[in-house]
Design a protein around this ligand. Structure first.
Ligand code: CP
Length: 319
């Protein structure tokens, strides 16, 4: 594997999930695979889980990891072509990415969207230029539109915790309130991976959100979409809670009617569902503390699994 930016970069999703679960059982089985190899983790935005779990995954494979907080410690990047750089940007991505490619064997990049221009964000211009100019394998640490390491982790977590071989789990992605506009990367990515898992007969997948919060159709093929949250939650085995800003009225927070926060009342509509969230989560805004502090919550377990998902991806890149 030379690029991990989407589920479409994965030939066999079931196999990758199994690989992550196998690595969880034997974290050091491939500790020589990355000997004398270096991963560079480049962050243009904050992170806790992605940064530490990917670093740990690399270390388990014997790699050295270098972390660059580009937004705080690097030169201001220019990404446009054909501009005279007489403004605030100091270094062009053409040189910056190429130089990082000289120092590393694999690079990871986190680059959030600006949520101003949908065309610009959804073109993944910055991420794609980084891939092109660094010249080495790249793993997405969350791009403008997708967060594949998170979504692989989520599928690993569902596969690991589902104990009923007689039927597939019903997985519901629900929109939740928030205090500010957030990217669509996590829900796009979760939808993309769950739609693939549904196609592969691993899950049944439903999305529920208020009108005006529909995700880009290219990420939701085959998903059932229901504007009525209570209906969607009926019989759910897993509820994935996440806020996102509008794709249609791009980057905006559209007022909604009714209560969309996941709480114990809503949980009672489900099949005693496990509740997931990528974290960080705003308690009692997106998801009630009662759920987060209950055995229904998988959020910490899920975050722990980030290591094994990252390790499975890095292993495939090293082989
Ligand atoms: N879920 C997730 O990606 O967490 P961080 O933003 O802390 O990396």
């Amino acid at each position: 594997m030379k690029l991990f930016s989407s589920v479409n970069d994965v030939a066999n999703v079931r196999q990758l999930v199994q690989e992550a679960l196998d690595l969880k059982k034997s974290p050091f089985a491939y500790q020589d695979l990355g000997k004398n190899k270096t991963i560079g983790l480049v962050f243009l935005n904050p992170s806790l889980r992605t940064r530490l779990s990917t670093q740990k995954a690399a270390m388990n494979l014997g790699m050295s990891a270098m972390v660059m907080n580009m937004d705080k410690e690097g030169w201001a990047l220019e990404t446009r072509d054909g501009v005279v750089m007489n403004g605030t940007t100091v270094e062009h991505i053409r040189e910056a990415a190429a130089v990082m490619g000289e120092y590393c064997d694999i690079l990871g990049l986190r680059c959030f969207p600006k949520l101003e221009d949908r065309g610009e964000d959804y073109s993944e211009d910055l991420f794609n230029k980084f891939v092109k100019f660094c010249g080495i394998p790249v793993v997405s640490l969350e791009s403008a539109t997708l967060h594949p390491l998170q979504s692989l982790t989520d599928l690993v977590t569902i596969t690991e915790t589902w104990k009923n071989p007689a039927r597939k789990p019903r997985v519901v992605l629900t929109w939740a309130p928030h205090v500010k506009a957030l990217p669509q990367a996590v829900p796009n990515s979760f939808a993309e991976w769950m739609c693939r898992a549904q196609r592969d007969n691993m899950v049944d997948f439903v999305i529920t959100h208020p009108e005006g919060y529909g995700l880009a159709e290219k990420f939701t093929p085959g998903a059932a979409i229901n504007y009525n949250q209570d209906e969607a939650l009926a019989g759910a085995d897993y509820v994935y809670v996440k806020n996102w800003s509008s794709y249609q009225d791009y980057g905006k927070v559209i007022p909604v009617t009714g209560n969309w926060m996941m709480d114990l009342n809503k949980l009672s509509l489900t099949n005693s569902a496990k509740v997931m969230h990528c974290l960080p989560v705003r308690r009692d805004i997106e998801l009630s503390s009662e759920i987060l502090d209950s055995p229904h919550s998988l959020v910490v377990h899920e975050a722990g699994n980030r290591v094994w998902a990252a390790q499975a991806v890095l292993k495939q890149m090293l082989m």
